[in-house]
Design a protein around this ligand. Structure first.
Ligand code: ADP
Ligand code: MG
Length: 373
């Protein structure tokens, strides 16, 4: 069982190392999307209100980038100081000076190579900043990094509110109620093959769209023209699985413009760029019947304007009366754009961590909290 922050009985004066999801887009020294920061405040506020001394730790995807712009945004919301250090002397001194009910933000964890290398010495330095550890960053829970898996082996670890919400929201998708439908889109079949296999074992039907379906067309021996594919290799072994549904009509772009074609009638100059409306109509009966729907990944190359398939699918799935779980960075953008965020049972803000959790039923960051000190 995951222990929650609410299980910590005494917080006054206790030093908490809080792994928070502060990995936000930054441009020209300013945070351009603050949604994640606002969501992170729930656990931070809970701890501060009870007199804890909160040491905020996060990574930025850009290893060299600074969390200074995040500090600039957060310091107007909570009593917060910043130290330009990760786990060295300056960080320890700043942590020692913390007063009850105030917070300190450490620099980008990935500044220190020990974070991604899961270096034991770095983990000890980080853990020695605090009495307890709280992980509220589900989006990094699939990584065996020091500040995810090793710190909670040294000091007791708990899950924060956002982390728990993801686990709670995604867990029902592991044991879908029949009739069940999984919809997987996006690109790079190699990164989603484990997920597909796991879904095929649990779901009644698995619809494969987006660039992923190109790999299946290729494996079937269809012409796919200049469409994006990662190769037929992985798709071949799944071809004969009767649970797999593929779009039968696709939208292609070619020198003459755009056109809807049968998937087995694509030409050499065509680029399969979306699933056609007709394919969504063909999927509709499955969506309407399903008690459980899981959806990850866009249906088309939206960067070049092929948003119709994803948008129409979002509308269709949002009308389901069954349980609906959706996620993936790019899928989320479509749902947000259509104002459908509250029309699903759960919308995950995690990317790779969501896929790994659905494929494996757990994550290194979850196991570390369950089996830790
Ligand atoms: P998510 O972030 O939702 O998990 P992925 O990252 O797996 O999704 O995939 C998103 C990418 O897949 C987008 O860049 C999108 O353009 C691409 N994609 C989807 N369908 C196609 C297609 N038919 N051709 C080329 N790219 C596609
Ligand atoms: Mg993506």
């Amino acid at each position: 069982m995951l222990r929650s922050v609410e299980d910590i009985s005494h917080l006054q004066g206790v030093r908490i190392l809080l792994r928070a999801a502060l990995n936000v887009p930054i441009e020209k020294g300013k945070v351009t999307d603050t949604l994640r920061l606002d969501l992170a405040m729930k656990t931070v506020s809970y701890l501060l209100a009870r007199g804890a001394r909160v040491i905020l730790a996060s990574h930025l995807s850009d290893k060299k980038a600074s969390l200074q712009p995040v500090f600039a945004y957060l310091k107007n919301r909570i009593p917060l100081s910043f130290v330009s250090d990760v786990a060295g002397r300056a960080a320890h001194q700043a942590a020692n000076e913390l007063k009850d009910g105030t917070a300190l933000l450490l620099e980008n964890l990935r500044w220190n190579p020990g974070e991604e290398a899961n270096d034991p010495e770095f983990a000890r330095d980080l853990a020695s900043l605090a009495d307890l550890y709280v992980n509220d960053d589900f989006t990094v829970a699939h990584r065996s990094h020091a500040g995810v898996v090793s710190v909670p082996k040294i000091i007791p670890g708990y899950a924060g509110f956002q982390f728990l919400a993801e686990v709670k929201g995604l867990t029902p998708a592991l044991t879908p109620e029949s009739p069940s439908l999984a919809i997987v889109g996006g690109a790079k079949l190699v990164t989603k093959i484990a997920l597909l296999k796991s879904l095929l074992a649990k779901y009644d039907h698995v619809f494969v769209g987006g660039a992923l379906s190109n790999d299946f067309f290729l494996a079937k021996g269809y012409e796919i023209g200049k469409s994006l594919t990662s190769g037929a290799g992985d798709a071949k072994e799944l071809l004969n699985n009767s649970k797999i549904l593929l779009p039968e009509i696709v939208t292609v772009s070619n020198p003459a413009g755009r056109d809807d074609k049968n998937a087995d009638a694509v030409g050499k100059e065509d680029v399969i760029s979306d699933i056609a409306l007709a394919s969504i109509m063909a999927l509709a009966p499955y969506v309407k019947k399903a008690r459980t729907i899981l959806w990850n990944g866009p249906m088309g190359h939206f960067e070049t304007g092929f948003t119709e398939g994803t948008d129409e699918l979002a509308k269709l799935v949002s009308q389901s009366s069954g349980m609906t779980v959706v996620g993936g960075g790019d899928t989320l953008a479509s749902i947000q754009g259509l104002n459908l965020m509250d029309k699903f049972t759960f919308v995950s803000t995690a990317g790779g961590a969501m896929l790994d959790f659905l494929a494996n039923g757990t994550l290194p960051g979850i196991e570390a909290l369950e089996s830790g000190s």
